[in-house]
Design a protein around this ligand. Sequence first.
Ligand SMILES: Nc1ncnc2c1ncn2[C@@H]1O[C@H](COP(=O)(O)OP(=O)(O)OP(=O)(O)O)[C@@H](O)[C@H]1O
Ligand SMILES: [Mg+2]
Length: 295
Amino acid sequence: MSARWLDDELEDADTLPERPHKHKAKKPLGKRRLATLTADPEGGDETDDLIRRLTDLGHITEVVAELKSGKEATAYVARGPRGSVLLKLYRELEARSFKRDGVYREGQVILDKRAAKAMQGRSRRGLEMLQAGWVTAEYAHLWHLWRAGLNVPEPLVGPDPYDYAQTTPAVLMRLIGAEDTPAPRLSDAALSPEEARDAWNQAVGGMADLLRLGYAHGDYSTYNLLWWENTVTIIDFPQLTTRQNPNFKDLLRRDAESLATSFRKHGIQADAEATLREVQRRAGGQGPKPRVLLP
Ligand SMILES: Nc1ncnc2c1ncn2[C@@H]1O[C@H](COP(=O)(O)OP(=O)(O)OP(=O)(O)O)[C@@H](O)[C@H]1O
Ligand SMILES: [Mg+2]
């Protein structure tokens, strides 16, 4: 079946939200010392407080640079006791859309009725809970996938949820790349034809690894894949969904489609439906070797 058929099907599935992020490339804003960062009026007091809190908790020693400011989050390069850190700071509550995040959370049961109501009503408390939910979801997914041996950044707080809940609204993970040259996204990388095939192969394999564990990424494309030393690393997990989600199949299919589409600029001409089948075939095979966590 053709990609066109897929488009129709996807358009019919109007329960699907727009992709979580507008993929507009932004230039890195360059190095900014902690002093300038905290003096930045745009950063606001909340950013100051957070950075102080993370420093007091011993997770970071310094913020080195703002890497990328997006719609949902701002990414900073920082230093910590174990090396370079990528600090993903979720947006101010009011500025975030959260609009249709319900689609990703469908099938999840919120046991606390009052919490569920607050989240639905989008009260300040409800928004805070939603934001905390995205942060803890991203940590939990990173831990699970990291332990399962997938190519994802190593989470740097946890695995105890008590510990990582304290870094809200930020997620701390290992920086892929080097401090002064963070890994580019595959969407920004210049690849030789051979590298493009290798990256494509790894990207399809990564999606299969996720599916084998019962997950659809929910925003799978070269915009959320990093390229460093010939290795593809998958990022951006808050919207990961499971088979419990009634939209699972549609999200999976859409991921295959956006993966195929986003690789066209690298000269890979893959059909969305064929990509999905290949992902499903590989998901039936053996997965990567799990990582053992040392105490
Ligand atoms: N572990 C990492 N190492 C290096 N760079 C990273 C890492 N994680 C994220 N990034 C960079 O930060 C950017 C934002 O991260 P992510 O995709 O998780 O957030 P987002 O919500 O999609 O934000 P945006 O709207 O800016 O894309 C990525 O596009 C990537 O360039
Ligand atoms: Mg992203």
